[in-house]
Ligand binder design. Structure first.
Ligand code: PMP
Length: 355
């Protein structure tokens, strides 16, 4: 006899993180390449003297700061151990076994995994030919069993972003008991004024009596805290309460809480970094197009190369040039926009890839 685990897990693909290879440039996980700010490191070091104590389970100080900053009541916020954990909590909070989640595909790798782990069904809706979310097809994919729809904006890994009217029209088509989660992990890199601020969009929906819109954000990307794991969700009071109920106790650790607060203190400095990444994104996109690559417009801190069957060869070629990109075999490669010299190394590899 051996231990019995769930039979359905055998078919579950593991989440594959971007690889770190010693001596190579890592452009595989959409992190910011610049190291943490000294003020943030200091706050973490100060807080480290008290790590014999459990953290504040509700992260009250962080929640209060975020509530103030976003202009929403604190009861409408829930923090989590990275926004990926909040994705899981959202599915847990809305779906029982026979229920379904609708999401675009290709999109964030964790959506299908989490949905299966929670035991819900899933409908993957292919992207448009332009590598964007197909909101008409997503609306049409909603059935009476659907409880949650993920709208990744900008979309990981393609970088494409939806406009305000598109998202609003979509929400109008979604039944009011189905939760629409606007996943804004890359929000701070958006520079197109037509792309909505999800929290403002959600507020307008709540004001209309539609409580079925929630927004996910993270400190992992623009705020440079990927290693500490902290994100947040903004939703109706009922939803935020449900998220807190399904949370693993103490899952946002003490150092993550102080680092998030210190990062909010240093927001101006961090946003300067984001703008530099956005300028590099424009340069990298232009150079790649000049070299003959198809590159959809990106509003995130990465670009997408839809290379299809040539993705594996491109990945190997980049590795040989000591640049680690994120390959989705048979589909395309996602490349994080890093510091200028990192991007130069990647561009040199891309230019020398035989086409
Ligand atoms: N949503 C999207 C779209 C992402 O790309 C990611 C990270 N790759 C996350 C959520 C989760 O980020 P984190 O758990 O680090 O907050």
């Amino acid at each position: 006899m051996t231990v019995r685990t769930r039979a359905d897990l055998a078919a579950l693909p593991a989440y594959v993180p971007g690889r770190s290879i010693p001596g190579a440039i890592k452009l595989a996980s959409n992190e910011v390449s610049a190291g943490p700010l000294p003020s943030v490191v200091r706050a973490i070091a100060d807080a480290a003297t008290a790590i014999n104590r459990y953290p504040d389970n509700g992260a009250a100080e962080l929640v209060a700061r975020l509530a103030d900053r976003l202009g929403v009541p604190a009861e409408q916020l829930a923090v989590g151990c990275g926004s990926v954990t909040l994705c899981q909590q959202l599915v847990q909070a809305t779906c029982a076994e026979a229920d379904e989640v609708v999401f675009p595909w290709r999109s964030f790798e964790a959506y299908p995994i989490i949905t299966q782990v929670v035991g819900a069904g899933q409908t993957r809706v292919p992207l448009t030919g332009g590598h964007g979310l197909d909101l008409d097809a997503m609306a049409a994919a909603i059935t009476p069993k659907t409880r949650l729809v993920f709208v990744c904006n900008p979309n990981n890994p393609t970088g494409t972003a939806l406009r305000t009217e598109e998202v609003e029209r979509f929400i109008d088509r979604v039944p009011s008991d189905v939760l629409v989660v606007v996943d804004e992990a890359y929000k701070e890199f958006v520079d197109d004024p037509h792309v909505p601020d999800g929290v403002e969009l959600a507020k307008a929906q709540w004001a209309r009596g539609r409580d079925n819109v929630a927004v996910l954000r993270t400190f992992s990307k623009a705020y440079g805290l990927a290693g500490l794991r902290v994100g947040y969700a903004v939703g109706s009071p009922k939803l935020a309460e449900a998220l807190r109920k399904v949370a693993v106790p103490f899952s946002v650790n003490a150092l993550a809480q102080v680092a998030a607060l210190a990062s909010l203190d240093a927001e101006d400095e961090l946003m300067v970094r984001c703008r530099a990444v956005v300028a590099e994104r424009t340069r990298v996109t232009g150079e790649l197009r000049h070299a003959g690559y198809e590159v959809p417009d990106s509003q995130a801190n990465f670009v997408w190369l839809p290379l299809g069957e040539r993705t594996a060869a491109f990945n190997e070629h980049c590795l040989a040039h000591k640049v680690v990109v994120r390959a989705f075999l048979g589909d395309g490669a996602r490349v994080t926009v890093g510091e200028p010299e990192e991007n130069d190394a990647f561009l040199a590899a891309a230019r020398s890839f035989p086409r």
